[in-house]
Design a protein. Structure first.
Length: 317
């Protein structure tokens, strides 16, 4: 008999489970639990507030805490890795695998906290992210491009994928021919699904957006001819080649928008409104019938953060 799973856990088959972390809204932020031959690995963790849900997924599946071998955040942004330290406290046998550029921020998250505090402010940090717990240094290791991670006979492979952030890697699961893509392969919200399938858009959040590197990383993921991708935002999707082409094209459009807005006195608002018009136009072409106001509400946080990331890229460039 299959276990009864909490409403926030979705079994995707082949031992993979998507856990809605509850961050921001339903079906916005996922962590993934891979279970194979009695052993387990988490890919991304969500925030500290998500840890009870991650542990609840283990409990529902009848897995002891010491069955978890690996915790692998795709990168150290807090909606992906903020809960890693607190989660590691509960998993006595697990090792935390982190991109080498992000490892120090997991062992000592003080700089990570201050950077996010500057963007969000103290009230939002407490409400959305919670307290950051340092990861145990003796159980935390840096990864490298091409690194293979054994999970009871199942192989996971790590690929360095800069562009969204320089501390980003993606995780290849050979069993399902799927990538766990963090933010490299963009955002796809189920509210935008139509009869034509899922819709996808890039994320250019602060502070390390680099469009050429991001496009190269996307092409690298596509070259593996994946059957699916597991997005943190949100869920497993197919039609990977079509969506990859859409992502590459939209990045070009955002770059052109940024260049057009570079010297405007109201650049931030122009970047937000320009993005919205790009996405709304493509959503209409995709057959989305959602009202413009509803689209704007759904994308409000992404438009704001993308505009900040584009601005930092423009100033650096």
């Amino acid at each position: 008999m299959s276990p009864v799973l909490p409403s926030y856990v979705e079994a995707l088959g082949d031992g993979i489970h998507a856990i809605d972390t509850g961050f921001h809204r339903d079906r916005f932020d996922a962590a993934y639990l891979i279970v194979h031959a009695g052993h387990a690995a988490f890919i991304d963790t969500g925030t500290t507030h998500a840890v009870p849900r991650l542990l609840g997924a283990l409990d529902a599946l009848g897995l002891a805490r010491d069955a978890v071998d690996w915790v692998i955040p795709t990168h150290v942004h807090l909606d992906h890795a903020g809960g890693a330290g607190a989660l590691m406290q509960e998993l006595p046998q697990a090792r935390l695998l982190v991109h080498p550029r992000g490892l120090r921020h997991m062992v000592d998250p003080s700089a990570l906290w201050q950077g996010a505090l500057a963007v969000y402010g103290p009230a939002e940090m407490d409400r959305s992210y919670g307290h950051l717990v340092p990861a145990p240094a003796e159980r935390t290791s840096a990864t490298h491009d091409g690194m293979t991670v054994p999970l009871a006979g199942r192989t996971l492979t790590l690929a360095d994928t800069p562009g969204h952030a320089r501390h980003h890697h993606c995780v290849w699961d050979a069993t399902t021919r799927g990538w766990f893509t963090g933010d490299t392969f963009g955002l796809s919200y189920r509210e935008f699904d139509t009869v034509r399938g899922p819709f996808i858009l890039p994320t250019t959040t602060p502070v390390q957006f680099e469009p050429e590197l991001l496009q190269a990383s996307i092409r690298r993921l596509l070259a593996a001819e994946p059957a699916c991708v597991y997005l943190t935002h949100f869920g497993r999707i197919g039609e990977v080649q079509r969506l990859g082409a859409q992502l590459l094209s939209l990045i070009d459009e955002l770059v052109a928008l940024g260049q057009a807005c570079r010297h405007l006195p109201d650049r931030h608002e122009a970047l937000k409104s320009g993005q919205f018009e790009i996405f709304a136009r493509h959503l209409a072409d995709h057959g989305c019938k959602m009202e413009r106001e509803a689209i704007a509400r759904l994308l409000a946080m992404d438009l704001e953060l993308n505009a900040q990331g584009l601005a930092i890229w423009l100033d650096r460039d």
